[in-house]
Design a protein around this ligand. Sequence first.
Ligand SMILES: NC(=O)c1ccc[n+]([C@@H]2O[C@H](COP(=O)([O-])OP(=O)(O)OC[C@H]3O[C@@H](n4cnc5c(N)ncnc54)[C@H](OP(=O)(O)O)[C@@H]3O)[C@@H](O)[C@H]2O)c1
Length: 248
Amino acid sequence: MSDFDLTGRVCVVTGAGRGIGRGMAEGLARHGATVVLSGRTRATLEETAAAIGDKAIVVTADVSKEAEVLALRDAVLERCGKIDVLVNNAGVNAIFKGIERTSLREWQDIIDVNLTGVFLCCKHIGGAIGEGGSVINVSSVAGHGGLPRSTPYCASKGGVEMFTKALALDWAKRNVRVNTLAPGWVDTDLTHGLLEHDVHGKRLLDRTPLGRFAKPLDMAGGVVFLASQASAFMTGQSLVIDGGWGAE
Ligand SMILES: NC(=O)c1ccc[n+]([C@@H]2O[C@H](COP(=O)([O-])OP(=O)(O)OC[C@H]3O[C@@H](n4cnc5c(N)ncnc54)[C@H](OP(=O)(O)O)[C@@H]3O)[C@@H](O)[C@H]2O)c1
């Protein structure tokens, strides 16, 4: 049996209706996992489920709302009987502007989803993961280095990186591993406008050594690795998949 095999594993993926979360859910299912697809929008989750087939289960939840995270956990335990893997992928970045024009509300909206959502999902869903399980928090190259006009986003992703290290120390004794997956630029709804931009998009492309933006499925191999026994001795680390962005 392959070290990457996920047959019989129950994986919860937040933000699985589109973009990177969908690519990750497809990759996990392809390696045998049962995938619980979560997000706020049932229609997109159902589309992902239809593409995956009978290994997919849909449960809606807003990760920034504690009651909805608790209901997600209870629904998964009721339908699947256990949780082995949690992929905290749901995230937002609504603004590109300097701090002078960033309101407290805008700051809080990003922190609520990207950082508090990771805290809530780890606390309630990660807390229910059994021995030998894995938590994967989706960070970003913005969690390793600053991006211009992105203070809330960078703070949230930097927070996810350090939160992950601290939780990895606490949960090593349960043999539950906690790592981040840090993508570079991936063409999704979140970034499409920027990546298509004549000036800014070209600058980002020129700065990416592999000379292209990623597709969501480029993140699938990394999440399968972190979810599976192939990474059994890895915890508290960040797997950066960025086309060479961080090598500079
Ligand atoms: N694209 C990139 O270049 C890039 C690079 C580095 C890191 N990332 C990170 O990768 C993750 C996915 O990004 P993406 O590019 O795939 O973005 P996307 O296409 O905009 O998808 C975001 C996903 O998150 C869900 N979501 C947003 N707010 C939520 C909430 N409050 N509760 C539950 N689900 C929520 C959305 O579903 P609903 O709207 O239905 O809830 C959607 O499925 C994010 O954490 C992002 O920061 C992206």
